[in-house]
Design a protein around this ligand. Structure first.
Ligand code: SAH
Length: 367
């Protein structure tokens, strides 16, 4: 068992089985053994690859999306540029480089990164050392300063802990992590049904997920946008409508593994429920746009033109650039274009941001 597995088995022995939310929180965020707290997991040599690590085009396009929104906001100076879960800082660096082309923007930008991992904060500090804008860090959105803000989050919500409930003949019971007779971690169920979920329909065995941490963060950000102005763009692997199903998955060295097998050594993610995030944002009085697919968004925002320009500058790399564009926006298996979705939040009356002036994905059109 991993060191964190032993620690979790000790917690279970002392306190009884723990919920999936606490399990996921420990696996990703335990101060000593948590997955993100101890390593830089990105890239070919790591466990998984994200859009900004595939190509600079992703961050550049999102940076210009922010620039367009900033101009439509009346070019406020200063403007806060925030990113949630910035990984290696690649997206922020590419976005800031693209923003230089917009007069006055880079001088106005104050960067605020929300990051819990000390290891990744150091990587971000190095990546952004030459970015030409002041950078500050926060561990939670509640610490962010007030003011109009351009907010980006790529593959952030999928790393936040969720609760799971399983439909039994008695009703919905919380899914727990305990230990089996041999002492290994094992799935279980709380003996008591959750009466507050009695109204939720679902066949026996169905799994219902509640992303409480994601909802809290979306609520905080949407209400600050409603009050203080700004835009928020969230891109993630997920679905446009709410549904039932167990979406918890563990990944190590680019392959799926058992989520209980190597706590702290494998990445744990869930699919993001964009419909639920959109409902939470709307309740604060903010306006919600999308979701649209990542592929549609990148195409409307000029991915092909950017890929062509890069290929002209580096003809020797043209094939790689074309492959990266396909991976980001294509809809074949293994490509991100349809699987990943983007949701935008603005003030009421702002109108759809660039790329969102299209009908949102609905139950009928979702891939
Ligand atoms: N956006 C980056 C990284 C995605 S991985 C990219 O696209 O490459 C998830 C990121 O969120 C990591 O930086 C991780 O350390 C951070 N993270 C995970 N849980 C967090 C939390 N609760 N609060 C803040 N950051 C968190």
């Amino acid at each position: 068992m991993t060191p964190l597995g032993e620690e979790i088995a000790r917690i279970v022995a002392l306190e009884g089985p723990i919920g999936v939310e606490r399990y996921m929180g420990l696996c990703l965020g335990h101060p000593r053994f948590g997955y993100y707290m101890t390593r830089d997991p990105f890239g070919a040599a790591g466990d998984f690859t994200t859009a900004p690590e595939i190509s600079q085009m992703f961050g550049e396009i999102l940076g210009l999306w922010c620039a367009d929104a900033w101009i439509r906001m009346g070019s406020p100076d200063p403007i806060l540029l925030m990113e949630l879960g910035p990984g290696r800082g690649t997206l922020a660096a590419d976005a800031l480089r693209a923003m230089r082309r917009v007069p006055g923007l880079r001088e106005a930008v104050r960067v605020h990164l929300v990051e819990t991992s000390p290891v990744l904060r150091e990587v971000q500090r190095a990546t952004l050392a030459e970015a030409g804008a002041p950078v500050a860090w926060a561990t939670d959105v509640s610490e962010l300063p007030d003011g109009p803000a351009l907010i980006l989050a790529n593959e952030f919500f999928d790393a936040l802990p969720i609760r799971q409930y399983v439909r039994t003949p008695q009703g919905w019971c919380e899914r727990l992590v305990g230990t089996d007779a041999s002492g290994a971690l094992a799935w279980g169920l709380s003996p008591e049904r959750e009466t507050w979920l009695d109204g939720a329909a679902g066949p026996e065995g169905a799994v219902l997920e509640i992303a409480a941490a994601a909802q809290r963060i979306m609520g905080d950000l949407a209400s600050r946008i409603a009050d203080q102005g700004g835009v928020f763009l969230a891109v993630d692997y997920g679905h446009a409508r709410s549904g039932l199903g167990d979406t918890l998955q563990a990944m190590k060295k680019h392959a799926f593994v058992d989520p209980l097998a190597e706590p702290g050594e494998a990445d744990l993610t869930v699919h993001v429920d964009f419909a639920a995030l959109g409902r939470t944002a709307r309740r604060t009085g903010a306006a919600v746009h999308g979701p649209v697919t990542q592929g549609a968004l990148l195409h409307v925002l000029g991915l092909s033109a950017r890929a062509d320009a890069l290929s002209r500058a580096r003809p020797d790399r043209a094939a790689d650039i074309a492959a990266a564009a396909e991976r980001l926006a294509g809809s074949d298996e293994g490509q991100m274009g349809d699987l990943f979705k983007a949701l935008a939040v603005t003030q009421e009356g702002f109108g759809p941001p660039a790329g969102f002036d299209v009908p949102p994905l609905s139950a009928e059109t979702e891939a």
